[in-house]
Write a protein that binds this ligand. Sequence first.
Ligand code: FAD
Length: 409
Amino acid sequence: METEGSNGAEVRQTTCCVVGGGPGGAVLALLLARKGVPVVLLEAHEDFDRDFRGDTIHPSVLELMDALGLSERLHRLRHSKIHTGTVMTPGGPLTLVDFRRLKTRFPYIMMLPQRDFLAVVVEEAARHPSFRLLMGARVEELIEEDGAVRGVRFEKDGRPHEVRATLTVGADGRSSRVRLLAGFEPVKTSPPMDVLWFRLPRREGDPEGVFGRFGGGHGFVFLDRGDEWQIASLILKGSYRNVRASGIAEFRRTLAEAVPQFAERVGLLKDWKQVSMLSVESSRVKQWFRPGLLLIGDAAHVMSPVGGVGINYAVQDAVVAANVLAEPLTDNTLTTGHLREVQRQREWPTRVIQAIQTQMQKRVIATALDPTRAFRIPLLLRLLTRVPYLRDLPARIVGFGVRKVSVKD
Ligand SMILES: Cc1cc2nc3c(=O)[nH]c(=O)nc-3n(C[C@H](O)[C@H](O)[C@H](O)COP(=O)(O)OP(=O)(O)OC[C@H]3O[C@@H](n4cnc5c(N)ncnc54)[C@H](O)[C@@H]3O)c2cc1C
């Protein structure tokens, strides 16, 4: 329902206002809408198009999509599948992650453009009459009354708008405006690297899946995208300017030296415009909620790219939030206790995975990026790959996180 406020703003009333149409916000909006909870999803951009924003759909998200009847629709879209993650060592390839042994209908990571995933999620949400999506709606302010958040203000098509809601969810990503407006300060750790993303064609005889080549001051990770490779070049934190100053020819030379098989195609990298820089962050807010407000996904915790679990975790937050909140939102009995429960269920899996990522960054990536140190896969990791029960642990943690979640019906 829309009315006009005293300041001329269009005022829309709803039960849950979700700010940010990324994987976390879109999935939460869908899950609430299918429970009949009135929900407005606000997305700052006019479309879902975004390059290099993570196109990985993990087994846990595929199981969720299956439970919602959407997995076939996703599989009909153009995608590729990653079954293994391998590190190329001087002694030969070492497979650290093998999804094929997981007990799931989806023993792989599906590589699907994030825009296609989001399109399927919001199309499905739009089948429910309680769902509204507003694109091009960049939230600028929170509405606060009596110490509680009661909605948001934004401009759309040059006009002021307000959405008033029982609950506002900040799912607006790593630079969350909602988090800032609510006064939450993320506690940051310092990953040792940044990442440069680019693409090169895949050729016959290339390896399959994900593979990495580390050492001698460099780290490269190759993600199989069917007919092309999406490649991450790990560089020392803050060194992008220097890498660029050395020139694209030097960058090509480094890649060709690290992975000689690619020497014949590195010439296709002609310009820095083909390269996209990700400033790697890892952080977490101490408290994910205030009366009337909850943060989920990257807004609550920015994940390092190690293991590529950011989307997985954002979607799992959404599932838990919907499981815990749908009923009190429907009955109008929502308390901060419910919001605390979402944080209780999601904070420890986030802490555990961030601790694992920190160890991987220190022991694997920092060593690889230091040209003065000899690179070796840590003994513990090598042992993991040999012990029958333990060898499936990395695939389980990457594929499902440390705590499996499923939709409550
Ligand atoms: C370059 C890069 C590569 C990545 N690769 C991977 C990967 O391979 N695998 C993986 O799992 N993760 C990857 N990630 C991380 C992953 O993208 C995030 O963890 C995940 O998208 C988090 O989902 P989210 O819904 O919390 O936030 P986001 O996906 O960041 O979505 C937030 C949404 O909020 C919108 N928004 C922002 N501000 C406002 C506002 N004021 N008002 C309204 N809307 C707003 C944004 O436009 C965006 O659509 C990558 C991230 C980056 C930056």
